[in-house]
Design a protein around this ligand. Structure first.
Ligand code: F6P
Length: 328
């Protein structure tokens, strides 16, 4: 039987992540390797609605493996959440005779992909690309490793000035719903305390811990706060609370923000993205659909999109223990 997939569309959606370009390159080149046509869709689902589509060949993705961001651009598309939006998107699919779609993004993007697949029976496959690492079904998402390295580089610099001025710094990192970045970067950068969405030990514990470290001779400290932490206060309010209760500390806040999403991808992310892109095309050719590519113990795996969306990517609780021990 001849292969029914002759033309594959690829898009990047949601918050961008370093390594998305490497994934696009891998998808486009693997398609070329298997003599399948490939089209790039610009600005995520918005581009599908607005018919922003361009044929890509192996040469269209030259010199992008090292680039941050995404050459296909990205968007969080509200219109695609509506039936009308998805119908408009499907018209573009029909117009360009796209037989399958590769969606590189996070859980919001996969939700869109799953509904689209159910409505129009178009084969879809997800590649997890988000710095948050908050996707069930993979130990690593594309962009997470680079973001961690960006964060620890920034905190190392903050540490220099914190030491010089005997200051206590609160550093806010990304992670609306997940503390992977905060916890791992916190350990990697030697933070005193880490506040994450998965665990709310309360501000009293934070005060106790900071008082203890001050008594033990520490003159400067760094507390890493995930943006989605559950203390009920934002990083500035937490800092204010601590300053009120520990007036001898000179407190500063640093919000790292979107710098965490930029930069050249790490080797880890480039290799991960390359493997995932290749595996995505191979899986589509084997007739797989409605699944996400993941990595587990160095092996590529597939999980139903529904599981990837609904499942919870747990933090490694042993890291909390390690962090606590090392701040003695
Ligand atoms: O999902 C990735 C992420 O970087 C989150 O960590 C952050 O909360 C969010 O995106 C920010 O999104 P936006 O760039 O749309 O404000």
């Amino acid at each position: 039987m001849s292969n029914p997939i002759k033309n594959i569309g690829v898009l990047t959606s949601g918050g961008d992540a370093p390594g998305m370009n490497a994934a696009v390159r891998a998808v486009v080149r693997s398609a070329a390797y298997h003599s399948i046509k490939c089209v790039g869709i610009y600005q995520g689902y918005q581009g599908l609605i607005d018919d922003k589509v361009k044929v890509m060949n192996a040469r269209s993705v030259n010199n992008i493996i090292n680039k941050g961001g995404t050459i296909l651009k990205s968007a969080r598309c509200l219109e695609f959440r509506t039936k009308e939006g998805r119908q408009a998107a499907y018209k573009t699919i029909e117009k360009h005779q796209i037989d399958a779609l590769v969606v590189i993004g996070g859980d919001g993007s996969f939700t869109g992909a799953m509904i689209f697949q159910e409505e129009f029976k178009l084969p879809v496959i997800g590649i997890p690309g988000t710095i948050d690492n908050d996707i069930f079904g993979t130990s690593h998402t594309i962009g997470y490793d680079t973001a961690l390295n960006t964060v620890i580089e920034a905190i190392d610099k903050i540490r220099d000035t914190a030491i010089s001025h005997n200051r206590l710094f609160f550093v806010e990192v990304m992670g609306r719903d997940a503390g992977h970045i905060a916890l791992n970067a916190g350990i990697g950068a030697g933070a005193e305390e880490v506040l994450i969405p998965e665990e709310n030990l309360g501000l009293e514990r934070l005060l106790d811990s900071l008082k203890r470290s001050e008594k033990s001779g520490k003159s400067s400290s760094i507390v890493v706060v995930a943006e989605g932490d559950k203390t009920g206060r934002n990083v500035f309010e937490i800092a204010e609370y601590v300053e009120k209760n520990m007036p001898y500390y000179d407190v500063r806040v640093s919000v790292l923000g979107h710098m965490q999403r930029g930069g050249s991808p790490s080797c880890f992310d480039r290799v991960l993205a390359s493997r995932m892109g290749v595996y995505a095309i191979e899986s589509l050719l084997e007739g797989k659909s409605n699944v996400m590519i993941g990595v587990k113990n160095e092996q590529m795996i597939l999980s139903p999109l529904e599981k990837a969306i609904k499942g919870k990517s747990e933090i490694n609780r042993d890291l909390i223990r390690v962090s606590d021990i090392l701040t003695v």
